[in-house]
Design a protein around this ligand. Structure first.
Ligand SMILES: [Zn+2]
Length: 313
């Protein structure tokens, strides 16, 4: 496994925008080097030659994303799903089993499904959430740029979704969503039907953050890390928006970030490598606390230990 970095952008902001802000700040190449000073990014996106190894890495990071979501309280009964496009067979994807708490999910729990909903690999004894399949299969089919998608019924996303409005550029962090968000206003009931999933996928356009009105949040990324970080940020940004909106009703006035500054900030912060780095901070905490979700790594370590002991005997 090499650790070559990538600067490929998946957002709608072009790779080079000039001029920069009204203060003359210049934009350089996108990538984590913009926020990494002194040395290279501590978390470059690994590149894999073996798609089977890449699959295991993706599944472990997917399980790690669930652990982060669990710690943040995004669970709501059986609701919520993350999916990743399979790197071996890209017409199929992996999704979490129905009825397992986010904080208990392991990489080996994930279920591989084809476009028709047939379980074809992984945890073949598990059950899939019907709405999860309808939404995620439609997104993966309609969006070749999307390798991962996240959706939960988190509290602030659910609360803010009822307004059917995009997030305002209230803070530096909000700028991740600058020209990178959509609102699906046509809630058609719980999305167990294929047509409802397709409507949601169509409404997502080519952005990474979607507010599903009267429902919750949906995010997409080129890696599961990217989609998961945007999700955690979007949930908190909805919380900030609700706080700011409430304060505004008491007579305070908001200042909204200007387009040039928002575009500049998005350019610096919202590329796959930078977003991967942001999520790595949360993931590293989960790994340090309890890495039992990394079942493939654990199995490899156990095998290597056994072989070493056999060689020494
Ligand atoms: Zn839902």
């Amino acid at each position: 496994m090499s650790t070559k970095t990538t600067t490929k952008s998946s957002t709608v902001i072009p790779d080079k925008v000039a001029p920069a802000t009204s203060r003359g700040y210049k934009m350089k190449e996108r990538g984590a080097q913009n926020i990494s000073f002194g040395n290279a990014t501590p978390y470059p996106i690994p590149q894999f030659e073996d798609p089977y190894l890449k699959r295991e890495w993706m599944l472990e990071h997917m399980a790690g994303a669930f652990r982060v979501f669990g710690r943040r309280g995004f669970g709501e009964g059986s609701a919520g799903h993350i999916s990743i496009r399979d790197p071996v067979n890209p017409k199929t994807f992996w999704i979490n089993p129905l009825g397992v708490h986010f904080s208990l999910i392991k990489a080996s729990d994930m279920i591989q499904v084809d476009g028709d909903g047939n379980i074809i690999g992984g945890n073949t004894r598990g059950t899939i959430n019907a709405a999860g399949f309808a939404i995620h299969s439609a997104v993966h089919r309609a969006r070749p740029d999307v390798n991962a998608a996240c959706h939960t019924h988190s509290v602030f996303g659910k609360a803010y979704s009822c307004f059917g409005k995009p997030l305002e550029m209230l803070s530096q962090d909000s700028c991740i969503f600058y020209k990178n968000q959509a609102v699906y206003t046509d809630f058609g009931g719980v999305a167990v039907e294929k047509a409802e999933g397709e409507k949601i996928a169509k409404a997502s356009g080519n952005v990474q953050a979607i507010i599903l009105q009267n429902h919750g949040l949906l995010t997409a990324g080129s890696t599961v890390d990217e989609a998961a970080y945007i999700f955690t940020l979007m949930e908190r940004t909805c919380q900030c928006q609700l706080l700011a909106d409430a304060a505004e009703h008491e007579g305070r006035k908001k200042v909204i970030i200007g387009d040039e500054e928002a575009a500049y900030t998005n350019f610096i912060d919202c590329d796959p490598e930078s977003l991967y780095l942001e999520f790595a901070v949360d993931l590293s905490y989960e790994i340090a606390k309890d890495d039992s979700f990394m079942t493939f790594t654990k199995a490899r370590e156990a095998k290597a230990k056994k072989e070493k002991e056999a060689n020494e005997a």
